[in-house]
Write a protein that binds this ligand. Structure first.
Ligand code: ADP
Ligand code: MG
Length: 698
């Protein structure tokens, strides 16, 4: 039987049932069913002695005798309690339903095998509604070993598709196809990593003969799953490199060198130098660059972007940089213009608020090539915006843009421009491998010298007065302060009230004219927001009260205190981004996390992590552990969410091994045409035919 056949080919599966399995579980073919894995196992391979029971044991199997049965009255009705004993100790078996019938059928002082979920209460163990069988009966039967338990849905259960039935279907299928299950890895890999054969792995993941075999089976299947994802991503990258031609920037010429020697206001960090080198290498190969630049807030990505744009200009091309908000675009524009002042390079900015007349000017100068660098927001993506020859497009803070928007930049040219995506959201290495495995990744893992670490503390709301005092001291030193409030859709009305209450109490504590306060929130008109923001940027106000709109990218070096209200309600990456708003100047900066006393364990971990470290990658690792990959920025479109058996967090070692294996195989045999790689090729071809290659950025 062919594994691509629909499951109706399996004994006992009717057309109706197949339809149900498809709508409920997405199982269509025999192969789907074979790869529908149990989420847990009932382990009946082991017997426990009562003295060895642990409060955290889940299901246990015990041999012993009932010594005594009694009815115990409780609030509503009664329960039946049997005292159960083996040579090592005593526990209870308990029934709440069917008591009469059970009481009559229980045999005192005869050995039973009991099985069930263990409860631990007040120092004693019990099993409610155990499965039980007399040892004499138990011995007559052929014993199954570990039993798989499959994920199910209410609809399936109600339609009579029990776990037992699923088990039967899969058992039937395995019996029919076991011999014809094809190996999908090369013998070389199997030997190198001492992996179980594919067919045995499938058999053992469904019907393991022991814990040890189960672990081996899972390991093999995880490796395989991650290996083929990596193979796909890496091949996509290879193919892109080979097929998507890109502009060649041959010259590192006048403009780049002039800027580097005369204008660069500081020495690049080693990390920045390395990344610039990586980019220079990319744009000289003839393939299109598709690079993700990760660098923590304040690590100095802007200068890397600028140098990249100068490379394009040196080779007769234009460059663009796109930011997610108007404020950010303005900051980039200002920074770039200042850095390039005195050089013969024309820079302009295009955002939604640019007037029509100015807009036309920009369009014209873009099309005739006299404009070298265009900074902007998504207004850049409008059809009317046409470049003469766009050589490189830089996208800041990538997670704010959708995939479709990024793709649109491509269509602005005959050849796609080189793409550099910059993000300040650190993604743990293993996750980046899965999500962005087909992109090249650069990391700036070093902050410019002289940066003082932001001192972070956690305070309860009741300490507010001392926080106010601290603020006054800092303002007296000439510093500026952010106070940030959470704002989420579900509790928007309440959140606005908190913000306004907070603003009022801050206004009372910091009265004008001595103190000036800005306020920015989502209900304000963009123009008003900009004015308020600008007042703070210019130093006209000392305090900025805001919702999370300031999260991304704003640069006010004189702001040295970040106060986060209801900090327990923010996610880790958000807290980290917010803290990144301070610590940008020469002064010691502070981050104060205010929270109530009522904190969940997770919230405690988040706040503690923030207090303990300022390393964005460490924070991202904790975030990944707390929330799983699905909630991290940028992972939404990725295949990591659809993993069947592997887990990018827990199985990171296997992931690294699988990726390295895929790399070395492709290096040696990029088309998988060597004899020994035939099993891989066949499996790969089948896989790519049935599933779309993971969608990815740009
Ligand atoms: P981000 O990576 O968050 O975009 P920026 O590019 O805005 O960071 O840089 C943050 C600040 O650090 C800027 O004021 C910038 O001028 C400064 N900076 C960047 N690189 C260096 C360096 N190598 N030495 C000193 N200061 C630097
Ligand atoms: Mg930036």
């Amino acid at each position: 039987m062919n594994l691509s056949y629909p499951i109706t080919y399996i004994k006992g599966i009717s057309v109706q049932r197949a339809a149900l399995l498809y709508t409920e579980l997405g199982i269509k073919t025999c192969n789907d069913l074979l790869n529908f894995f149990p989420f847990r196992y009932i382990d009946k391979t082991q017997f426990y002695a009562i003295k060895d029971l642990q409060p955290n044991s889940s299901e246990v199997q015990i041999v012993g005798k009932i010594t005594h049965v009694k009815s115990v009255a409780q609030k509503r009705g009664s329960r039946l309690v049997a005292t159960f004993q083996d040579a090592t100790g005593t526990m209870e078996l308990v029934w709440f339903k069917g008591q009469k019938w059970i009481k009559d059928s229980l045999k005192v002082n005869e050995p039973y095998v009991v099985y069930g979920k263990l409860n631990h209460y007040n120092g004693s163990f019990s099993i409610p509604h155990p499965e039980m069988e007399l040892v004499t009966e138990y011995k007559k039967k052929l014993q199954t070993k570990m039993q798989p338990v499959y994920p199910s849905t209410e609809k399936l259960t109600n339609s009579g598709v029990s776990n037992k039935l699923m088990r039967n279907y899969i058992q039937n299928l395995l019996q029919q196809v076991y011999d014809s299950i094809q190996e999908s890895l090369s013998q070389e890999i199997i030997d190198d990593f001492k992996l179980m054969k594919k067919r045995d792995a499938l058999l053992n993941v469904h019907f393991p003969q022991s814990q040890e075999n189960l672990a081996k089976a899972q390991n093999r299947l995880k490796f395989e799953e991650l290996f083929f994802i990596q193979l796909q991503l890496l091949r996509k990258k290879l193919i892109n490199k080979a097929q998507i031609k890109g502009f060649v920037f041959e010259n590192v010429g006048e403009v780049f060198n002039q800027f580097y020697t005369e204008k660069l206001p500081f020495e690049l960090t080693n990390a920045q130098k390395r990344v610039v080198k990586e980019i220079r290498n990319d744009v000289s190969t003839g393939a299109q660059m598709n690079r993700l630049l990760q660098g923590d807030v304040g690590s100095g990505k802007t200068i890397v972007a600028l140098l990249t744009m100068l490379l394009a200009i040196d080779n007769g091309f234009q460059a663009t940089i796109m930011a997610p908000t108007e404020i950010l675009a303005n900051q980039h524009y200002t920074a770039v213009s200042e850095l390039l002042s005195g050089m013969n390079i024309k820079v302009d900015i295009l955002t939604g608020s640019v007037k029509t007349k100015k807009r036309r000017e920009i369009h014209t100068s873009l099309e005739d090539g006299s404009l070298h660098i265009l900074v902007g927001t998504h207004a850049l993506l409008e059809d009317k915006v046409k470049f003469k020859n766009l050589g490189v497009a830089i996208i800041d803070e990538q997670h704010r843009f959708g995939v479709a928007q990024r793709a649109k930049l491509w269509t602005k040219n005959t050849l796609p421009p080189h793409i550099l995506v910059m993000t300040a959201t650190p993604i743990p290495r293993t996750l980046a491998m899965s999500v962005y495995g087909d992109l090249d990744i650069s990391v700036i893992d070093e902050l410019p010298p002289g940066r003082k670490e932001v001192k972070t503390v956690h305070r309860f709301d009741s300490n507010r007065l001392s926080v106010f005092k601290f603020m006054k001291d800092e303002i007296a030193k000439g510093r500026q302060i952010y106070i940030v409030y959470p704002l989420i859709e579900e509790s928007e009305a309440m959140d606005y009230k908190d913000l306004m209450d907070g603003y009022e109490s801050v206004s009372r504590e910091f009265p004008s004219p001595k103190y000036q306060i800005s306020i920015v929130h989502g209900k304000m008109k963009p123009a008003d927001k900009d004015i308020e923001m600008q007042r703070f940027v210019n130093g006209e106000t000392q305090i900025m009260v805001a919702t999370t709109v300031i999260e991304v990218g704003v640069n006010v070096p004189n702001a040295s205190v970040m106060i986060i209200e209801s900090a327990e309600r923010f996610g880790l990456s958000q807290l980290h981004q917010l803290r990144g708003r301070v610590g940008r100047g020469a002064d010691q900066s502070y981050c104060i996390l205010l929270s109530s006393y009522k904190l969940s364990e997770e919230a405690k971990t988040r706040l503690q992590t923030m207090v303990e470290t300022t390393d964005g990658f460490k924070i991202a690792e904790v975030d990944l552990k707390l929330r799983g990959p699905g909630n991290l920025m940028g992972t939404q479109q990725s295949g990591v969410l659809n993993l069947k058996i592997a887990d990018v967090v827990k199985d990171s070692k296997i992931l690294v091994a699988a990726r390295n294996t895929a790399i070395s195989i492709l290096q040696e045999d990029s088309t998988l045409s060597q004899e020994k790689n035939l099993p891989i090729k066949q499996a790969y071809t089948k896989m790519t035919k049935s599933s779309k290659i993971w969608s990815n950025i740009s």
